[in-house]
Ligand binder design. Sequence first.
Ligand SMILES: C[S@@+](CC[C@H](N)C(=O)[O-])C[C@H]1O[C@@H](n2cnc3c(N)ncnc32)[C@H](O)[C@@H]1O
Length: 293
Amino acid sequence: MKDYFEKANKSRDDDRYNYWQKHRQIATSAILEASQKSAASNSIIILGAGNCDDIDINTLASVFSRIVLVDIAEISLNKAYHSFFKSTQDKVMLRGNVNLLPIDTSDFYLKLKELLEERASVEDILNLVNYTRISMKHSILQDLKGKFDIVVSSAIYTQLFEARLNEILNSYSNFYDSTQKNKILDELQGFGYELIDQYNNLLTFLTKEHGVIVSWSDVAHIHELSTSQASGPPKHLPVDKLFPSATHGISGLMSNLEPNTVVMKYWQWPFNHIISYYVVLLYGISHNGNRQI
Ligand SMILES: C[S@@+](CC[C@H](N)C(=O)[O-])C[C@H]1O[C@@H](n2cnc3c(N)ncnc32)[C@H](O)[C@@H]1O
């Protein structure tokens, strides 16, 4: 897992920080706006901080006195840290090498590959899913329970399971006929949704009482760049099919937030010179009823 994300983060274009300037500015402003809804704005944690290309940490340091950055990709975090102002560094704590899901520390992906390699039956694959469900250990960031005024999730939903799964399934796609493939995909997608629900509960778990959760995600490819700034729901834009894990994550998070405090924002994220994503950001006051994970 760690190598997979270190590699992905390292392969970023050299000019990405500059290229993401507008995206970073919108995301950072949204966090600052969201923080005004919180009872206090002292502490903030960012999950999936990675290279910190999409949030201006120096700007956040002018508001927050404690900033915790979390990612599996430790090298990316360290590199970003060295680019911060010294006064910012004094407020930042890094949590690298953190797996954000219990499944990351299981041998699920390895076992799945082995099964696909052996052309195992669909039932065998479903058994692996069921076995993983009951054997996963829940112990992520336990020491940080309820510690943050603001909890931020940075473009994580599509990364948690979907990206990894698609990569694995694509390598073995010739081994199964379309009926079998659909059955495997259906079950694995349902499992992926459960993992995203667990992740959303982790966001709640980390939030102080009356604290705010901010989560954004790429939700679709934009197939023709619109010259105007995206500001409305996806149906008004030239987008392809929405990413299932992202829509599940965003809509699921709503039920962890106080309904009358929820705000949504939309924009275009030119990811590189070829790909552009449509982004949805959601924030609101966490209701901490489901703190247990
Ligand atoms: C799309 S990137 C977000 C961009 C990132 N904020 C930046 O500016 O580079 C998602 C980040 O989440 C991290 N990530 C994805 N899945 C993870 C997991 N299961 N556990 C920990 N980190 C994860 C990746 O390493 C990556 O840095």
